[in-house]
Design a protein around this ligand. Structure first.
Ligand SMILES: C[C@H](N)C(=O)N[C@H](CCC(=O)O)C(=O)O
Ligand code: MG
Length: 365
């Protein structure tokens, strides 16, 4: 199976409501689509969103990285060179993890198709069903309470609550959400780097003293502040999960070796795809550190790839794969079934993606 064409396109998917974090506000999901065409007719699918505030990747950068650097390293090569192909993706240029992730997942899709096996089974096949949380955007407390109630009515029993815009409001935000949803709903929070270490400890301990029962806090302090992360991990009465602090397998190892966080968030867009995500999962198994699998604001192809990984690896115990359910439309055919919080992986060969609703992808060629 030889790679004959790397086809690129763009797809836009509207959100149900604007998505707001301490880092950005977005109204739609904008993705780059990658199709790896082969001489057998098989097509591998990949996708990458431009999350400039986290990865530094813009739409133009993702397209340019693939077109000018990654595609030339793959064209004409046989899938039997799989190890070398995945390495070529990572070595084609530095950074640009979203572009790498899109192409890496398309290669895994092709591998599964070639051997008629679902990717999650090739990687371990731990389970077929997972349950995701859903994100509550950061807003005034009463608006967040209303959004949390709506999420619970949709069947979600675990909410990821965004905080960090005007931190003085964060305790009130969580109190309003807890009051709205009752004690049986799990609440995890994501500050997206908004606090400093002492502020984080103060806010988190206030939340726990008020009995708000926070499961864990995601990325309380700036990504590069590993000492700050360690300080919060040691002093706050809430487990800490590293998100923006962990891009590469080396980042994950550093966090685990220094005890800078209790948990790590694997995202394909940060680590450059399934190949590196497997390395992070392996390190986490060695260190006994549980992982979350997360997503950016992404539609179904790349979140589907994350589902394949989550269904393969038991060390991934926390699921934040709500990209597709935050969208009001689905333009992608095949793949996992997203039935609100319940996600069922596809048993089709590869990743089970069958293409797009006609007219929804704007191809570059
Ligand atoms: C969508 C997911 N639940 C999430 O919250 N991801 C954010 C980043 C999303 C973005 O800005 O696209 C995170 O975990 O920080
Ligand atoms: Mg996060």
């Amino acid at each position: 199976m030889k790679i004959t064409q790397v086809r690129l396109g763009r797809i836009s998917t509207p959100l149900r409501v604007p998505f707001k974090t301490a880092l950005r506000t977005v109204n739609s999901v904008e993705d780059v689509i990658v199709e790896l065409h082969t001489d057998t007719g098989a097509v591998g699918y990949g996708e990458a969103p431009p999350t400039g505030v986290i990865t530094g990747d813009t739409t133009g950068a993702i397209l340019g990285a693939i077109q000018d650097h990654i595609a030339p390293a793959l064209l004409g090569r046989d899938l039997d060179e799989f190890e070398d192909l995945t390495a070529a993706v990572q070595k084609a240029l530095v950074h640009n993890t979203s572009a790498k992730a899109a192409v890496d997942m398309a290669l895994w899709d092709l591998l599964g198709q070639k051997y008629s096996a679902p990717v999650y089974r090739m990687l371990g096949g731990a389970r077929k069903n997972i349950v995701t949380d859903i994100t509550i955007s950061v807003n005034p407390p009463e608006e967040m309470a209303r959004d949390a109630r709506t999420a619970v009515q949709r069947g979600y029993d675990c909410l990821k609550v965004k905080v960090g815009i005007d931190p003085e409001l964060d305790v009130a935000r969580l109190a309003a959400v807890r009051q709205a949803v009752g004690r049986d709903i799990k609440l995890r929070i994501d500050a997206n780097q908004a606090w400093n270490a002492k502020q984080a400890v103060r806010i988190l301990n206030q939340m726990q003293e008020k009995g708000l029962d926070i499961e864990f806090v995601e990325q309380p302090v700036p990504a590069a502040d590993l000492e700050g992360m360690q300080y919060v991990t040691r002093h706050a009465d809430v487990p800490v999960l590293a998100d923006e602090s962990v891009f590469s397998p080396a980042d994950a190892l550093r966090i685990m070796q220094t005890g800078a966080a209790d948990l790590v968030n694997i995202k394909l867009m940060k680590c450059g795809g399934i190949t590196n995500a497997l390395r992070i999962a392996a390190a986490a198994e060695v260190y006994g550190v549980e992982c979350m699998i997360g997503c950016m604001l992404e539609a179904k192809i790349s979140v589907n790839a994350a589902v394949e990984l989550a269904c393969a690896k038991k060390i991934i115990t926390k699921i934040d794969l709500d990209g597709p359910v935050l969208c009001s439309e689905d333009h992608i055919l095949g793949g996992a079934v997203f039935d609100e919080k319940n996600i069922t992986v596809s048993d089709a060969p590869g990743m089970g993606i069958q293409g797009f609703v006609p007219g929804k992808v704007s191809y570059l060629d």
